[in-house]
Write a protein that binds this ligand. Structure first.
Ligand SMILES: Nc1ncnc2c1ncn2[C@@H]1O[C@H](COP(=O)(O)OP(=O)(O)OP(=O)(O)O)[C@@H](O)[C@H]1O
Ligand SMILES: Cc1ncsc1CCO
Ligand SMILES: [Mg+2]
Length: 265
């Protein structure tokens, strides 16, 4: 599953349009290039609507909110919906901050293909207590399980909650993805990069749940591999980009390792 979709990403180099935050921009673009996709960070409303209509997939990430960026998010998400472009909402920091919480709730109404966030963000987006105080989670993945399932069912979307073990649901079926490394929580915008990689898989896979799971498994496997060789957060970043780029495809040992992270016994 994961290995063949990764091969397809590399064959097709899908254009992934990101309306993302100031912190995540370069890292997400590098993660997309490493995995084999083609990134474009475009946020002006006029341009974002043009690009979202022709891109392979779109990411909308609320990490550094501003009113002009919010306009770009609405324009991009609306154009993606109209054109049938798959799109992923990453509601960074939603809960404690008002503008992004309003905007994310409006964006949810535009029908994201996938919603991906940490536990506090997913709790807040679903209107539950337990939201964080900034962009990092203060709740556990399992504490957000009901909120994630409810969001998925109400909005007909796949919801992926990241943490030590990621949880992916379409509201009916739940999968967990292990792997990763504690250093991933000490590098900024790691979740944003996971969202970008997930969008690359959405661009080439018709099965949303399978594509989301495959992307999480590849990030889990490459994160574990990078964590094993990194000395700390600084060397983790280049090690992870290298692991993503060098990850073998169909039939390889890396692909099998990623597969083994999904729903381990
Ligand atoms: N302690 C950990 N052990 C294993 N994997 C982890 C750990 N912490 C984070 N990860 C992994 O790191 C990735 C990002 O998850 P995280 O929950 O940290 O995202 P986030 O809070 O949205 O990040 P950001 O908002 O900074 O981009 C996921 O693939 C997750 O599985
Ligand atoms: C640190 C930070 N602040 C706003 S967005 C962001 C990146 C992690 O989401
Ligand atoms: Mg996040």
């Amino acid at each position: 599953m994961s290995e063949s979709l990764l091969d397809t990403v590399r064959e097709r180099t899908p254009l992934v349009h990101c309306v993302t935050n100031l912190v995540a921009t370069t890292f997400s673009a590098n993660a997309l290039l490493a995995v084999g996709a083609s990134p474009a960070m475009v946020e002006d409303a006029e341009e974002a609507a043009e690009l979202a209509a022709v891109a392979g997939a779109l990411v909308v990430n609320t990490g550094t909110m501003s009113r002009p960026r919010a306009e770009g998010m609405h324009a991009a998400a609306g154009a993606a919906r109209d054109a049938g472009t798959p799109w992923l909402l990453d509601p960074v920091g939603v809960g404690p901050l008002s503008l992004r919480t309003r905007v994310a709730s409006e964006l949810l109404g535009l029908g994201p293909t996938v919603v991906r966030g940490n536990a506090s963000e997913i709790l807040a987006l679903a209107g539950h207590e337990g939201g964080g105080r900034g962009v990092d989670a203060t709740a556990s993945v399992e504490a957000a399980a009901d909120a994630a399932d409810e969001l998925a069912r109400t909005h007909g979307t796949v919801v992926a909650v990241s943490g030590v073990v990621d949880r992916v649901t379409d509201g009916a079926t739940v999968h967990r993805v292990g792997g990763g490394h504690p250093l991933m929580g000490r590098v900024t915008a790691m979740g944003c990069a996971l969202g970008a990689v997930t969008a690359a898989f959405l661009a080439v896979g018709d099965d949303v749940l399978a594509a989301t799971l495959a992307a999480h498994a590849v990030v889990g496997a490459t994160g574990a591999a990078a964590g094993a060789v990194a000395r700390g957060p600084g060397s983790f970043v280049p090690a992870w980009l290298d692991e993503l780029a060098l990850f073998d495809g169909a039939g390889g040992a890396d692909g099998a390792a990623a597969q083994a992270l999904v729903d381990p016994a």
